[in-house]
Every structure is written in C-alpha cells, then in structure tokens.
Ligand binder design. Structure first.
Ligand SMILES: *[C@@H]1O[C@H](CO)[C@@H](O)[C@H](O)[C@H]1NC(C)=O
Ligand SMILES: *[C@@H]1O[C@H](CO)[C@@H](O)[C@H](O)[C@H]1NC(C)=O
Ligand SMILES: *[C@@H]1O[C@H](CO)[C@@H](O)[C@H](O)[C@H]1NC(C)=O
Ligand SMILES: *[C@@H]1O[C@H](CO)[C@@H](O)[C@H](O)[C@H]1NC(C)=O
Ligand SMILES: *[C@@H]1O[C@H](CO)[C@@H](O)[C@H](O)[C@H]1NC(C)=O
Ligand SMILES: [Zn+2]
Length: 729
C-alpha cells in the first residue's frame, strides 16, 4: 500500500505555504489523466444528495447573495489586528440577529505596526535603486486606492537601520545557510536577501539572525506562481499573472517556539497578567518584504559575484526572474534597510457565539479569523468570515424550529491570527479547563476560496466523517465528494488528506489534544495568481477571477455547516478509526525511516537501544483496540443504550488528550502533542512524532530513547482508555 503513495501523492499537490500564517495549498497543472477524470464529472454519489429535514433547512438557508455582501463588507475597511473593533461588533450583531447568542471576548496583546521603512540599493553597476514599499494603486481595483493602507511590512519585525553588503540566501532554510557556509561565504554583518517559499518567513529571519546577519529582505518570485507568465498572460488586473508591484506582508514571529501573544506564553492575555519580554519569538534584526519588480535590480547586482544559483544547486534556490541567483556578495554593493515599527499593547476582539447542546460536556467549535494584513483579504481570511455569518444564519433557522444539538456548538471569529494565531491561542489558553472537559473537534476555515479544488487537512479521526459529509453537498453538477474524488484520482492511502502542522488557528487546539480539520478550495497552478497577503487579495480580484457569483463560497458554507451539524448531532461521535490506525502507521514509519536513514549501519543495536520494540507493540496494541472499539460501537443496539453511548463518547473525547500529557518538545515546551507539531526547521509543515524525530535529527540517541518511552506510555494510556472492558476513569 505504502509504495503507491509517495510519487503520486506529491505530484498531485504540494504546499507552497509561503504561508504567513495561513496555508496556501496549490495544485500543479493537471496531467491529462487527471483532466480526464475531472472531465467525467462523475456522479458516483446520489445526485442531488438526499437530506434529512434538518439538513435541508440548513442547506437551503445558505445563499450566495448574503455571503457575497458580507465578503464585500469585510474587504472594504482596514482590519489589521487590533485596529477594527467595528468589524467585531458588526459580526456579533449579525450572529445575534441570526439567533446565536454571541459576545466579544477581548484580550490585551503585544502587536507592532509600521511607521516608516525604506530600502535602497547602492553601488551597483546599473546605479542606485530605491525600492517602493507601496503597491501600485489600480483604477479597476477600488480598495487599492483607499486611504489608510499600510506599506509592505513584516508583523513583529524589529526596528533597525542597517547598511551592508548583502548575500542571496535562497529560501533561507537552515540547509541553505549550511550550503553557504560550505561555500565559504562570510555571512556575518551582511544583509540576507531571501526568496519567499519553503520555510515560514519568521524562520528565515531567525536563521539569518543566528548567522550574525543584520537584516533580511524577502521577495516574491513569479517563478513560484505557475505558468501564467510563460503562457503570455497579462499581469493583474488585466490578466492572471502576478502584478509586479505585489508585496507579501506577514508575520516574522519565531512561531517554531510558541504561538499566541509573545508576552504571555502558555496563558491568556488578560489585563493585569504578568508579561514576559517575548524575546524568544520576537526578531532582533529588521526585515522587509518587497515585490519582484524591486527584487530584480537587487538580485542582478549580484550577477557575476560569489557562486551562481545553478552551482549552489539547492532546490528552490533559482526562481523565475532573469538573474543568475548568485550568492554575492558584490563588493561595495550595499543595501540600506531602514525599518521603524511601533509596538504597543492593543485590545483584540474575538467574536464567540454558542448554541448550548443537550449534553453540556460535549463541544464542537467552528472558527475563522477575521483580521487581514490590509483593507482587502477577500481570500485570506474573509471568504471564511462571510461563510461563518452564513453558517450562524443556517443554524439560527434550525434553532427557530425548536431544534437543539446534542453538543454545544461554538462559532468563533478570531482576531490577530496573522501576527501569531493570537486570538485563537489566547482563547484556548483561557478556556483550557473547559475545553479539556468538553471539546471533541475544532473545524477551521481560513482562506476559504482561492480556487476551485477541494483541499482538506485533518487529524485522522475526522477524515471519515469529513468525506461522508462531502456526499451531502452540491458543487455545480456534482457532489463535493465526487469533485474531491476526481481531484485525488489515485486514491492514495490518505485519500487526499494532509496532516496538520501550523499555518492557521487549529494549531493551538492540536497542542491541547483537540483534533481539527482545515478546509479550503485551492487553486491549480493554472488559475489566476493569488496575491497572498497583498492589497490585490481584494474583492475585485475575487469577483473577477475566482468566484464571481460566490457559488464556490456557497459550497464551502454548506459543507462546513453540514459537517458541524453532523459532528454536533451524531449520538455516537463519528470518529474514523481506520484512518486513525493508518495514521499511527505513518507515525511509526516516520520514526523507523529516520532511524534507518541515520543509523543504517547499526540498525539492530540502535533499535534495541531506543526501545523500539515495546513502542511498536504499544502502537499495534492501540490499533487493535480502536478497531475493536469501532466494531463494538457500531454493533446493533449499542446506540440505543444512552449510558454506553455517553461512555464511548467520553473515551473518544480523551483519545488525543492521552498524547499531550508530557513536558513538551525540547526547547519549545508549548508543543506537547506527541503525534504532530510544526517542523522546527520549517516553522510550518507538519512533523509526525516530533519528539523522537528531533532527537534523531540531533543524533541524540539517549533523548530519542526517552521520547520513545514517552510515546510508549501514551499509547498504553490511550489503549486503556479505548479498551471498553476497562472502566472509564
Ligand atoms: C472597519 O471595517 C469596516 C468594514 O470593513 C469599515 O467600514 C471601517 O471603516 C473600518 N474601520 C476602521 C477604523 O478602519
Ligand atoms: C523615513 O525614513 C527615511 C529613510 O530612513 C527618512 O529619510 C525619512 O525622513 C523618514 N520619514 C519619517 C516621516 O520619519
Ligand atoms: C570598497 O570600498 C572601500 C572603502 O570605500 C575601498 O577601500 C575599496 O577599494 C572598495 N573596493 C572595491 C572592490 O571597489
Ligand atoms: C448555555 O449554557 C451556559 C452554561 O450552562 C449558560 O450560562 C448560558 O446562559 C446558556 N446559554 C443559553 C443561550 O441558553
Ligand atoms: C483490555 O482490558 C482487559 C481488562 O483489563 C485486558 O484483559 C485486555 O487484555 C485488554 N485488551 C487489550 C487488547 O489490551
Ligand atoms: Zn489567514
């Protein structure tokens, strides 16, 4: 089975996740086979789908027109974190009018905003160049002309004024720096010029800082966009290619350490609480993002100096601009980088609506962040915000009929996600005891729509229900499920689901042992470029190129609403233990694979040393137990016994919690989920079995053995929990 995965799986989609904090999942161009599969418009499933009375009320109350008008509302006003209370109030007001009891929950958090910045190239053969930190105003795209814009900047960047020669550092991954050192390039005291893509941008800055570099400039490269330019597409707004002035803003916090307010690691930012300096996650050196138009002369000034990009031979190093992507430095060719930021404690406002369930100790959460880096934010995040308004409306209709869910449903519109997942993290930290007692799953939507292809990442226990509910959703002339199946025609082991690392508000839930699903409609690389975190992620772009009549948004709204409904009403929580067991195999494989890679000459002794056999036994035992658990709870009659149902639900609620009871990863105790964490060198991608794997990366077998032991104990604990013959404690 496994051997079928890797090639097709990675051909099928990949993460560009230059993610700020928000994943951008992209699909490559279709192969003809995939094109063919899509062309079939298969209707393997009943079409139109059959709905229960409740599902029909929910589905029919969702309207493209309301979503569109709320999308327009959110994308016509500056709503950078902490700056727009009126959007929070309008959201709360509407949810209340929709019949959901809603309040603002505020926190006081450390944020910073740009005051003045500049970047100047001097000493180059082609002369001085002053970068423009402002994106062009476009007559067709109304909001790009509005007052109150912010320039290109990095959230949480340090202030600073530096002038130095500079080095092109590729994606600024740790391994890129290792390569530069191998090439004997002196990094100390220089400015880093990096390309977006690969690691989280904060991780790029962190790596440069660690090398003694004094500033960082990060540019968008059209080579990462897709074939638009090669195909002769005009730039936005006429055509589908990237606008040359577009700038990717975003946070540079060192989120591999922890997320949330930098000054309150692990606890809620209520007024009056003790504050730390936040220095572990705040950069010490200044950085700025620039457009490719401004990157070109800066890159070209390095042509002929240092090692050329092709000789550096690192993947992702060479982009699509006409330059050699040489390392430099070019002697006496300098950048002057000046960045002035103003930091302050600001209030932020989460909007929280709740429908009480009949079981007060069972909860499902549906959330989306509301803050954007600019006035627009049509994709990131406000398509999702408009969808949440619509979902509260649909549930409100159902509530009016006298319906009550079994489980509490929490609707959440988070603030300050973009800086460091702050609104969701502070909320989880504040309500941790209640969530620990009651929460099953968190459903996240962020960039709801930047294309037309369904894409879901989820913890494994949610994957079955996630697919089943797709069969209930109309997407054009198909069900969403059929579109999904044709998007992933090879049916790899994971059925197209990715694991979750850190790129949006599910991150902290996972680290508290709450499973999550993250859903979006993603672009294919042939679609119009998505100007991620740029002023051109605007209502105009969305309506001209992506979803003019908001039908794709409507599909996402129906899906998330029906999924939340299913999770909140199924008497027995619909966990998928097949996927869960399979995912535990992935976890094991990750560990065994890494052991083999690093210690291949001595694998037998090493395996014994790290205690691999008892650990593998514990994993296998849990797999056996959950399969038997699944069989028992689906047996005839089980569902009629409300006591046994309650008992089974309690156990399922505790399943992922069994994997978070530990001191956390070395050097970053915030990350406690044994099964998954953001990769420490990437900041963003999922890493399975991170405790063990990081010890192996560090060639520290003693530590690896300790972590293997911690895993074994957690698996045994989970096995006792899921063993129905052991009384629930
Ligand atoms: C907040 O957003 C709303 C709607 O998007 C907008 O009308 C308002 O002007 C914004 N407020 C501020 C202070 O920018
Ligand atoms: C902004 O920075 C530039 C370059 O450092 C400087 O020349 C200019 O005076 C500054 N402007 C303000 C308003 O501080
Ligand atoms: C660079 O500048 C320094 C100081 O201005 C000068 O001494 C040196 O000759 C210059 N080097 C080159 C290669 O131009
Ligand atoms: C929901 O339950 C909570 C806790 O029991 C209670 O405080 C709240 O008033 C209830 N909300 C509604 C709308 O009934
Ligand atoms: C389940 O618990 C019972 C009672 O403690 C025990 O005998 C049995 O071996 C357990 N099952 C597994 C597969 O561990
Ligand atoms: Zn986002």
């Amino acid at each position: 089975m496994f051997s079928r995965i890797p090639i097709y799986y990675f051909l099928l989609f990949f993460y560009t996740c230059p993610l700020a904090l928000t994943c951008e999942r992209e699909f490559p161009e279709y192969t003809s086979e995939q094109e063919f599969a899509r062309g079939l418009e298969t209707r393997a499933e009943k079409f139109p789908p059959e709905w229960t009375k409740e599902e029909e009320i929910l589905s029919k109350s969702i309207s493209a027109a309301t979503i569109k008008s709320w999308a327009s509302y959110y994308t016509h006003g500056n709503h950078v974190a902490g700056l727009n209370k009126s959007q929070a109030e309008a959201t709360a007001k509407q949810w209340n009018e929709n019949g959901i009891k809603t309040e603002l929950v505020e926190y006081e958090v450390w944020l910073n905003y740009p005051v003045n910045g500049s970047l100047v190239l001097e000493g180059a053969k082609e002369g001085k160049h002053v970068a423009n930190l402002w994106e062009d105003k476009l007559p067709e795209d109304e909001t790009t002309n509005w007052e109150g814009q912010m320039p290109g900047f990095h959230g949480y960047s340090a202030s600073g004024d530096v002038k130095a020669e500079y080095i092109y550092v590729g994606l600024a991954h740790k391994d890129d720096f290792a390569r530069l050192k191998q090439l004997n390039i002196n990094l100390k005291g220089k400015i880093a010029l990096a390309k977006y893509g690969g690691p989280f941008r904060g991780t790029k800055v962190k790596n440069a800082e660690r090398e003694g570099m004094v500033g960082v400039v990060i540019f968008s490269d059209p080579g990462d966009d897709g074939p638009q330019v090669a195909k002769g597409d005009k730039a936005y707004p006429e055509g589908r290619a990237r606008h040359p002035s577009s700038i990717q803003r975003g946070s540079v916090a060192y989120i591999d350490q922890y997320v949330g307010d930098p000054t309150t690691p692990g606890y809620a930012s209520k007024p009056g609480v003790k504050r730390t300096s936040g220095e572990e996650i705040l950069p010490k050196i200044p950085s700025l993002p620039i457009s490719y138009r401004d990157a070109l002369p800066i890159l070209r000034a390095l042509d002929g100096y240092g090692t050329t990009g092709s000789a550096v031979a690192r993947s992702g190093w060479v982009g699509g601009l006409s330059a050699t992507y040489s390392t430099g430095p070019a002697p006496n060719v300098t950048l002057s980088l000046s960045n002035k930021m103003e930091g302050k404690f600001k209030l932020i406002w989460n909007v929280i609506g709740i429908i009480n369930g009949t079981e007060s100790d069972e909860t499902i959460i549906l959330g989306n962040h509301r803050d954007a880096w600019m006035i627009g934010g049509a994709a990131d995040p406000n398509g999702g915000s408009a969808i949440l308004v619509e979902s509260t409306k649909a549930f409100g209709e159902l509530v009016k009929t006298g319906w009550k869910p079994r489980r509490n449903i929490v609707f959440a519109s988070w603030d300050a996600e973009e800086y460091a997942l702050i609104g969701s993290t502070e909320w989880v930290e504040e309500f941790a005891p209640w969530l620990k007692d009651t929460a099953f799953s968190y459903i996240n939507v962020d960039t709801a729509v930047n294309g037309a292809l369904p894409a879901a990442d989820a913890t494994p226990e949610l994957r079955g229900v996630a697919q089943e509910v797709m069969k209930k959703v109309i997407y054009g002339t198909q069900t969403l499920y059929d579109s999904w199946r044709s998007t992933y025609p090879y049916e790899p082991e994971s059925y197209g689901f990715g694991n979750l690392g850190s790129s949006s508000d599910y991150t902290t839930f996972l680290q508290y042992g709450i499973g999550a699903l993250h859903f979006q409609m993603a672009r294919s690389r042939t679609d119009a470029v998505y100007h991620y975190h740029s002023n051109y992620d605007s209502f105009h772009w969305m309506t001209k190129f992506i979803d003019p009549d908001f039908k794709i948004h409507t599909t996402v709204a129906s899906y998330l609403t029906l999924l939340t409904y299913q999770l909140a009403t199924s008497p027995i929580m619909p966990y998928d233990f097949d996927h869960f067991a399979r995912n535990m195999d992935y976890n094991l494989r990750e560990v065994v694979g890494e052991l083999n890679r690093i210690y291949s000459t001595d694998i037998g002794g090493t395996q014994n040393y790290v205690g691999l056999t008892p650990y593998v036994d514990a994993v296998k035992n849990l797999q056996t137990i959950v399969k038997s658990f699944a069989a028992k709870i689906s047996a005839t009659g089980f569902a009629d016994d409300s006591k046994r149902v309650k008992d089974a639900n309690r156990r399922m609620k505790g399943l992922l919690r069994a994997f978070v009871d530990n001191p956390g990863l070395l050097g970053r105790p915030f990350y406690k989920a044994l099964l998954w964490a953001p990769n420490r060198d990437d900041g963003y991608r999922p890493q399975l079995a991170p405790g063990i794997i990081e010890a192996l990366y560090d060639r520290n077998l003693d530590r690896a053995r300790d972590w293997v032991g911690i895993h074994k104990v957690a698996f045994e604990k989970a096995a006792r929990l899921m063993n129905l013959t052991v009384p629930f404690q």
